[in-house]
Each structure stands twice: as structure tokens, then as C-alpha cells.
Design a protein around this ligand. Structure first.
Ligand code: CUA
Length: 328
């Protein structure tokens, strides 16, 4: 995977984002040209007509209908050009989506992470619908229809390199097209203030070749792996997951250690937790050490987050971490 771009907004990687960048440069160029013209003329007149010691006031001039009409037409002309360019751009980046077609992805904003599920092409016999968090995988070279919604407040889904922004509104499925030309990792962020941890509602869109994407999808569609035998910490961790009631908030598809499966939908789906690179909306990389830190006191890492502090002791932290890290 290529490294994320430094100024991603200005480095589009999609036919749905490139026209926005072009329009940005054109608008900036026109603005700079007007700025240069006005300031240039201002300085020119200041120096050309400055007071040179003659007595009395200079002749006073009021109004010039012809010049004023020319200025107004020039300004109106610029607005018309910008309007036409904006209109064309909007049509190119936002083709008609329709409300009836099945979306390729359903993206849901939560305080504070992004959930993505894949209703189409997944769910072959007996497998669950793939649901992931903070890392959204997509195939390259294909225009994908997203349905963007929210589980709580208004968020805003934005991957500058791949598409326009889209508000995520509770009870409403907004449609958005997204496309990536090349495999890579594209950074996304929530761009509507949504509470204390709005800034930590980051995500990554991981674009893969269609083959790699299908392999990922098939892997994710499987149920959670049962804990490997003879690993006491992992087994204890699986038991702890059940006793602590983690499943009240987190979905875990599969049998797990003790025949448990859970359907919680407050927090991220943990069925393939260990396959993700980031946790907690991008606050931490997904390493055992970070995970322990997170489980020890989520509020210390991300103040205001919905996940409470369960006051786990060191042994419990070790066990729960060991178990979660098996969920590839
Ligand atoms: Cu979600 Cu800001």
C-alpha cells in the first residue's frame, strides 16, 4: 500500500474527485487574477496621482456610467463562468444515484467511528454480512454506490481523494458515488462537528485490486475463528468477553470459545477485529500494547467515548487482549 498523501485534498485519485481539484485551482486562479489586477491598479493610481505639492484640491469626479457598466458586466461574467464550471463539475462528480438500486456499501457514522457493511455480493450461504469499522475496503476501478447514514447525530463522510463529501443523517440514507483508480490507502475524516471526539473519527479507505478485494470479502464473511486450543489466556479472554457483557455493544459473529455470538450494534463489529490496522476511530494503531491500554481505560485514551472503563486487572487485560488478537 502506498503511503497516505500529505495534502490529500489536492491529490485526487478518482474521476469523481479530480474535477473538484481542477475547479479549486481554476477558482483560485480567477480569484488571484482579480486580486492582482485590483491591488496592482490601486498601487498604480496611488503613485501616478499622488499629491505633488500643487495647491488646492484636485478636480472631483462623480460617476461614470459607461465604466460602471463595464465593471458590473466583468464581475457578472466571472460569476457566470464560475457557475458554469461548478455546474459541470457537479454533474461529473455526482451522477444520478437513484433511491432504488442496492448500494454496494452502507456506511454508518457513530460517535465516534465509521461502520461499513457490504450488502451486495456478500452473504453467501450461511455467512454473515460483512461489517467493518474505521477501515473500509473497496475494489479499484469501479464506481461504487454508498448509502451514508448515522446511528446518532449528524456526521459527514469525506474521503477527499476519492469523492465529494456527504452528510450522514440519522434516519436518512444519502447516496454517494465513490471510486478509486489505483490500489492504495486513502485517508478519510468526519467533517461535521459531532461531539467531543469529532476529530477522532478518522478512517481509511483501502482500495484493492478486485481479486484482492474479493479475497478480503470472503475472509471477512467467515465467522470468528474459535480460539486455538491449549492457550489458557485466549480461552479465559473469550470467557471474559461473555461475562463482561462486551456483546451488548459489539457484534461477534461465530461460535467463539463458549458458543457465544453477539449482536450488539453500539460499538464496532469485532468478528475480524485483529485484521484491522487502527482502533478507536484512528486514535491508536492496533497493537497488543495499544489494545491493553485501550481496554484498561478507554476514557483516558479517548475522553467521552461510549466505551466505559471496566476496571479490568492486569491478568484480565492480558487475557482479553490475547483473545481479541486471535480474531483475524
Ligand atoms: Cu462524526 Cu464529526
Amino acid at each position: 500500500m502506498s503511503a497516505p498523501a500529505v495534502l490529500p485534498t489536492l491529490q485526487p485519485a478518482s474521476p469523481l474527485a479530480a474535477p473538484i481539484t481542477t475547479l479549486t485551482y481554476v477558482t483560485l486562479g480567477i480569484g488571484l487574477a482579480v486580486f492582482a489586477l485590483v491591488t496592482g491598479l490601486t498601487f498604480y493610481f496611488i503613485s501616478r496621482y499622488k499629491h505633488r505639492g500643487a495647491d488646492g484640491e484636485p478636480p472631483q469626479i462623480f460617476g461614470n456610467a459607461r465604466d460602471e457598466i463595464i465593471w458590473m458586466l466583468m464581475a457578472a461574467g466571472i460569476l457566470v463562468v464560475l457557475f458554469a464550471l461548478t455546474w459541470t463539475t457537479m454533474n461529473r462528480i455526482d451522477p444520478q444515484a437513484g433511491q432504488d438500486g442496492t448500494p454496494d456499501l452502507i456506511v454508518t457514522g457513530h460517535q465516534w467511528f465509521w461502520e461499513a457493511s457490504y450488502p451486495r455480493g456478500t452473504n453467501p450461504a450461511g455467512m454473515g454480512v460483512v461489517s467493518t469499522a474505521s477501515e473500509i475496503h473497496i475494489p479499484t476501478g469501479k464506481k461504487l454506490l454508498l448509502e451514508v447514514g448515522s446511528a446518532d447525530v449528524i456526521h459527514d463522510f469525506w474521503v477527499p481523494q476519492l469523492a465529494r463529501k456527504m452528510d450522514a443523517i440519522p434516519g436518512q440514507g444519502n447516496r454517494l458515488w465513490i471510486q478509486a483508480d489505483k490500489p492504495g490507502t486513502y485517508l478519510g475524516a468526519c467533517s461535521e462537528f459531532c461531539g467531543a471526539q469529532h476529530a477522532w473519527m478518522r478512517f481509511k479507505v483501502i482500495a484493492q485490486t478486485p481479486q484482492d478485494f474479493q479475497a478480503w470479502l470472503a475472509q471477512q464473511a467467515q465467522q470468528a475463528a474459535p480460539p486455538p486450543p491449549n492457550q489458557t489466556d485466549v480461552e479465559n479472554g473469550a470467557g471474559l468477553f461473555v461475562r463482561q457483557g462486551c456483546g451488548e455493544c459489539h457484534t461477534l459473529r461465530g461460535i467463539g470459545a463458549r458458543g457465544h455470538a453477539s449482536q450488539g450494534s453500539v460499538g464496532p463489529d469485532l468478528t475480524h477485529f485483529a485484521s484491522r490496522g487502527i482502533i478507536a476511530g484512528g486514535v491508536l494503531d492496533n497493537t497488543p500494547e495499544n489494545l491493553r491500554r485501550w481496554l484498561k481505560n478507554p476514557q483516558a485514551v479517548k475522553p467521552g467515548v461510549r466505551m466505559p472503563n471496566y476496571r479490568l486487572n492486569d491478568a484480565q487485560l492480558r487475557q482479553l487482549t490475547a483473545y481479541l488478537e486471535t480474531l483475524q
